[in-house]
Design a protein around this ligand. Structure first.
Ligand SMILES: *Cc1c(COP(=O)(O)O)cnc(C)c1O
Length: 430
């Protein structure tokens, strides 16, 4: 199809980036299970290697199946381009890599996926990068944390695990004022519920492992570029603005304009870091994306029903779902994610740490796994699993205290999910 800007989300999630296979007419996107591509002749090969012509060289860099997914996600997010990666964590490193250098820092929200907090607070130090964590509800604290060495601001749209919604407009106003890109992890919201670029995000990252694939089959990640950031406005981003020695002094910003960041992600990022998505994974994720809006509608409907039920349960201390009127973030739903607050939230049991352990052992429909965004309902006790590497202070700040259980509401019948929670909570309090 020709990608008209007037097509709706449901149409784009099925068609954007795809066309019948030119060789066979295959209607579904074939899995191009190949590592290499035959050059027309030696001149063609040279032009490809010089980035003078766009085409396929080797599947560490580009692959036709992965390319369809890249275009699909970029379109749904309203970006100009995207680079898919082997996992969400790979996407985060890939997103930061063109921006950072030793001694530089990223200002990040305290409310992030547990693995991201570990990646940012520990592992990136080995690259000489630093993360400064601040409460993104405190705009003055965000401003104060940004210094001359800050190269990115990072947050999640709907933050995992607590259902916290970031005021993306307020944060992007701060990062814009100092000429620093805002990176938004949109994994929990998906572009169906939230479009961070419309709220000022420069880059959007995804763990496609979650809702985009939707059925818990493959890991993957994606970095989407808004194409809106001027990399030449300061000398802070030499990877994009200054001559690149590995490509005969080519300047990405000058040569590729709004696509500079995407081209850099492929020509330098994937080439040298090699965190490539394989075509099989892209195939599964393309199938998932086709039904994204339908699944998200049901995830939201079910989450709303289950959260409302839990909130009224006498054994439950509190529920953090932003779709509930009792949530301090309820007023942000309308502005940031008007189609709903997602399918992920936490609740606290009066029975504490031991009660939570008993609960996860007693649930039958809910699977106890370290994943989210599956068609199946999932549960995890963050303090004893995903967040166990964190200090008690970090756990509390991330909304993952000892008596807190995180649930990812699937697309089963809401009544069955409620009945399952009911029997498990009764077991805990018996
Ligand atoms: C899962 C997740 C990640 C990490 O993604 P992987 O695909 O597991 O590497 C990052 N951010 C969020 C919000 C996630 O849920």
């Amino acid at each position: 199809m020709t990608d008209g800007p007037s097509y709706g989300f449901d149409t784009l999630q099925i068609h954007a980036g795809a066309r019948p296979d030119p060789a066979t007419g295959a209607r579904n996107t074939p899995i191009y299970q190949t590592t290499a591509y035959v050059f027309r002749d030696a001149e063609h090969a040279a032009a490809l290697f010089n980035l003078q012509e766009v085409g396929y060289i080797y599947s560490r860099l580009t692959n036709p199946t992965v390319a369809v997914l890249q275009e699909r996600i970029a379109t749904l997010e309203g970006g100009v381009g995207a680079v898919c990666c082997s996992s969400g964590h790979a996407a985060q490193i890939m997103a930061l890599f063109p921006l950072m250098q030793p001694g530089m820092n990223v200002v990040a929200s305290t409310r992030l996926y547990g693995g991201t907090i570990t990646q940012f607070s520990q592992t990136i130090k080995r690259f000489g990068w630093e993360a400064k964590f601040v409460d993104f509800d405190d705009e003055d604290a965000v401003k104060a944390a940004i210094d001359d060495n800050t190269r990115a601001v990072f947050c999640e749209a709907i933050a995992n695990p607590g259902g916290y919604i970031t005021d993306l407009d307020a944060i992007s106003a701060i990062s814009d004022a100092v000429g620093i890109p805002l990176i938004v992890d949109n994994t929990s919201a998906t572009p169906y519920l939230c479009r961070p670029i419309e709220h000022g995000a420069t880059l959007v990252v995804h763990s496609t492992t979650k809702y985009l694939t939707g059925n818990g089959t493959v890991t993957g990640g994606c970095v989407v570029d808004s194409g809106k950031f001027d990399w030449t406005a300061s000398d802070k981003f030499p990877s994009l603005s200054a001559p690149e020695p590995a490509y005969h002094g080519l300047k990405f910003a000058e040569t590729f304009g709004p696509l500079a960041y995407t081209f850099h992600g492929i020509a330098i990022g994937l080439r040298d870091l090699g965190m490539t998505m394989n075509p099989q994974a892209a195939h599964y994720t393309l199938m998932g994306v086709e039904t994204l809006s339908l699944r998200m509608q049901r995830h939201v409907e079910n989450a709303q029903a289950v959260a409302s039920w839990l909130e009224k349960n006498e054994h439950v201390e509190y529920v953090t779902y932003a779709g509930l009127e009792s949530s301090p973030y309820n007023h942000r739903v309308e502005k940031i994610c008007p189609k709903g607050a997602g399918g992920l939230f936490t609740f606290a049991l009066k029975a504490g740490y031991e009660g939570c352990i008993k609960l996860v052992n007693s649930l039958e429909i809910f699977s106890h796994v370290a994943n989210l965004g599956d068609t199946r309902s999932l549960v995890i006790h963050s303090a004893s699993t995903t967040h166990r590497q964190l200090s008690p202070e970090q756990q509390e700040a991330a909304g993952a205290g000892p008596n807190v259980v995180r649930i990812s509401i699937g697309i089963e019948n809401a009544e069955d999910l409620i009945a399952d929670l009911d029997q498990a909570i009764k077991t805990v309090s018996a």
